[in-house]
Design a protein around this ligand. Structure first.
Ligand SMILES: *[C@@H]1O[C@H](CO)[C@@H](O)[C@H](O)[C@H]1NC(C)=O
Length: 362
């Protein structure tokens, strides 16, 4: 038996090793976020995502819509916010395949450090909507998309051209649809197009250049921030798509393009997202980063099923479900539309948790 003081000494050491001030953990028993004192922490915050170059909100001066400068941060602190979900954009990190832009990482670090001075944590969000400007959105470095469009053997170049099954849009000489044309529809409708489906299928294909780049992104980010307790965690992929993934699934794509999604189950989460997320989590943990890893399902509500069949990262304790569910535009304007929101929150949210992952609502 060891003397009592030695045991006590060990405990203090363990607590210090785990206890970089500011580091937030998931308590796997309760599913709560806790700090190093064991206190439950509740986060309120905002998204800050710049979806065009230079891929970070500007930090020099205040604007009413897209700055993240000192004044904006002071206001966030004054209003009681304690987290920012920051779009750390893939084309910013990897402007050309295989080349990580250290300058961009330093600009991200500057934002994280300035937020830290105001007691605000940062969630690093690999943000995307529709993946590419070629498809009226953004998110993946365009060079990957261009390679796939050029490669006659890719699914993307074999399926009907974007925005099929919708009517064509005016484009410029590089084949990029005009913004004005894009804006004629709600952006989310373009998920129901063959080429966007093929782009996501490529991301989910193990060993594809696109997936390798995605993993490289997470290695670069976690390597940069692994010792930073103010970085709350890594949100692997904003709003992954599960629509039109298969080239010959013409019926499903057409149907979902014009009406409702055809599936409300968790097959996409189980078969495509879980392996992708596990690969990204391995890349992150290999750098030694210990922060929480946030993962997301598709945005469609599930009926009679959890968002994932179980915690997506298996036995990993530091994981959280980034839960997205949306109501119709204009919800809350009146009572019938408010009901849709209530249904979304009251019926689907309790079903979102399975196992011991923490839950993060956006
Ligand atoms: C087409 O539009 C894209 C996006 O705005 C732009 O990057 C590209 O340079 C344009 N191409 C031409 C030929 O104007």
């Amino acid at each position: 038996m060891y003397p009592r003081w030695l045991l006590a000494g060990c405990i203090v050491l363990v607590a210090q090793a785990d206890g970089e001030p500011g580091h937030i953990f998931v308590d796997p028993h309760s599913g709560h976020f806790v700090d190093t004192y064991g206190r439950v922490r509740i986060f309120h915050g905002v998204n800050a995502v710049l979806k065009v170059p230079p891929w970070l909100p500007q930090t020099d001066h205040f604007t009413s819509d897209n700055s993240l400068d000192a004044k904006t941060m002071d206001l966030l602190q004054e209003w009681g916010f304690n987290v920012v979900r920051l779009g750390v954009m893939w084309p910013g990190v990897e402007p050309e395949p295989g080349q990580v832009d250290q300058g961009y990482l330093q600009r991200v670090r500057y934002v994280v450090d300035e937020l830290k001075k105001r007691g605000i944590h940062t969630l690093a969000d690999l943000h995307q909507d529709l993946g590419s400007r070629y498809f009226c959105g953004e998110g993946f470095p365009e060079a990957y998309v261009e390679e796939l469009l050029r490669d006659p053997s890719s699914q993307m170049s074999q399926v009907p051209r974007f925005p099929h099954p919708f009517p064509d849009l005016p484009r410029n000489e590089s084949g990029v649809p005009s913004l004005q044309g894009c804006l004629q529809r709600l952006f989310s409708e373009y998920y129901s197009t063959y080429q966007v489906g093929a782009l996501f299928a490529e991301l989910y294909r193990s060993g594809s250049r696109l997936q390798d780049g995605f993993l490289r992104f997470w290695t670069a980010i976690s390597n940069e921030f692994k010792d930073d307790p103010n970085l709350l965690g890594y949100e692997l992929l904003n709003e992954p798509s599960g629509t039109c993934l298969k080239a010959h699934d013409a019926f499903a794509c057409r149907l979902s393009g014009h009406a409702m999604p055809v599936e409300f189950n968790n097959k996409v989460e189980a078969y495509y997202l879980t392996p992708l997320y596990q690969a990204a989590a391995r890349a992150i943990r290999e750098t030694g980063a210990k922060q929480v890893i946030f993962y997301e399902g598709t945005v469609w509500p599930k009926v009679g099923a959890d968002v994932f069949p179980g915690p997506a990262l298996g036995a990993e304790t530091q994981q959280a479900l980034a839960y997205h569910i949306y109501c119709q535009p204009g919800d809350g304007d009146n009572w019938p539309s408010g009901l849709v929101c209530d249904a979304a929150q009251e019926i689907f949210e309790p079903r979102s948790v399975s196992g011991k992952a923490a839950v993060w609502s956006v």
